[in-house]
Design a protein around this ligand. Structure first.
Ligand SMILES: NC(=O)c1ccc[n+]([C@@H]2O[C@H](COP(=O)([O-])OP(=O)(O)OC[C@H]3O[C@@H](n4cnc5c(N)ncnc54)[C@H](O)[C@@H]3O)[C@@H](O)[C@H]2O)c1
Length: 335
């Protein structure tokens, strides 16, 4: 058996801690040797919690550590592209959280840096590794629903992130819908040719004051003829709402939310279930483990990673086209 993949973590915030916990508890094929965060207290707390031997401020100390084979970039989005380039220069394989960058030029530069250096770059589109979405994809590829006509994605968060996060996020399309753009490409097996959006600020006026939106509907036509809708909101009072339906000539397949239990409470007044799992760190536990397992397995076997920088670029291009559609109030072509 080969030794576990030696990983360094950059960014010990929300998702950095989710990945650290996942690696330590569920991925025997990988081991975390160091964590860097510009907030040293955050790095130290993460190191202590997950028994990581080294905690530092400077991400370059992790990237240039000769004991480390691959880095996990989980810092703020604005830092991703520069860190990808630094890691590529150091010959390290890279797992980077979405999105790759805040604009297409930086995205292209970062993806090209990994290609040129011959290192693997996997993007954190964790939903591809979720059993429910994988089953929808299987129904499409196996022909179980005939010729697919329409895809509907509902993706609503339980609550918006802090306003400082919103300001640095690149906006709803680049930060949140990007998961759904990737999912639409994954489920249709095709590329988008046109997108039209309608958007609003309903949840918090501060999000509008920060120049962002919190509610959006995207209508997308794909090259293979499938028409898709993506319904996003930063706040659903009943919790994390992640549903999909694909409809075609031979039927339909839909997936609902995941719940903490399967109990149904029936009384004289009503029939109840508990609320769905509240957010990504609970809903996608299995998917986070699977994406890192597959990353580690691909690196160890010298095989291509399952979700590439080019997938990150394609989803980001959709985010930029969606923004253009919003600003110019018209459908935008992607071809
Ligand atoms: N795939 C997913 O499900 C998912 C979920 C949440 C966030 N994300 C992505 O992960 C990234 C981080 O999001 P978050 O919610 O964890 O944010 P966060 O604000 O909770 O954490 C970010 C951390 O990065 C640190 N940091 C900032 N600049 C740094 C630098 N140059 N070097 C090292 N550390 C640095 C901050 O101090 C902070 O601790 C974002 O790009 C976001 O889009 C992905």
């Amino acid at each position: 058996m080969s030794s576990p993949l030696a990983l360094g973590l950059i960014g010990a915030g929300r998702i950095g801690q989710v990945h650290a916990s996942t690696i330590v508890t569920r991925v025997p094929g990988a081991r975390l040797l160091a964590v860097a965060d510009v907030n040293l207290d955050a790095a130290r707390a993460c190191a202590a919690r997950f028994a990581i031997p080294k905690a530092v401020v400077d991400p370059l100390e992790v990237i240039n550590d000769p004991a480390i084979t691959a880095v996990m970039i989980c810092s703020l989005t604005s830092t991703h592209a520069t860190l990808i380039e630094a890691a590529a220069r150091a010959g390290k394989h890279i797992f980077c959280e979405k999105p790759v960058a805040l604009n297409i030029e930086d995205t292209d530069r970062a993806v090209a840096a990994a290609d040129t250096a011959g290192v693997q770059l996997q993007i954190g589109f964790n939903r591809r590794f979720d059993a429910n979405y994988a089953r929808v994809r299987k129904a499409v590829t196996s022909g179980e629903i005939g010729k697919p006509y329409m895809l509907h994605i509902i993706s609503r968060d339980p609550a918006p992130p802090p306003i400082e996060y919103v300001r640095g996020s690149g906006g709803l399309f680049a930060d949140m819908t990007i998961h759904d753009f990737d999912m639409a490409r994954f489920l249709t097996g095709s590329e988008a040719v046109e997108i039209y959006t309608q958007t609003d600020v309903n949840v918090d006026p501060a999000i509008g004051e920060a120049g962002d939106i919190d509610t959006a509907l995207c209508l997308i036509r794909f090259a293979n003829g499938i028409i898709a809708t993506i319904d996003n909101c930063r706040k659903a009072v009943y919790g994390y709402d992640q549903r999909v339906e694909m409809f075609g000539s031979g039927g339909a397949i839909s997936i609902g939310n995941n719940y903490p239990n399967s109990a149904t409470l029936s009384t004289a007044e009503s029939i109840h279930t508990d609320l769905p799992l509240n957010f990504f760190m609970h809903r996608y536990v299995e998917a986070y483990a699977a994406e890192i397992e597959e990353f580690a397995a691909a690196i160890s076997a010298g095989k291509p990673v399952p979700v590439t920088g080019h997938d990150g670029r394609a989803a980001f291009a959709l985010a930029m086209a969606a923004k253009q559609s919003m600003l110019e109030k018209r459908p935008v072509s992607l071809v």
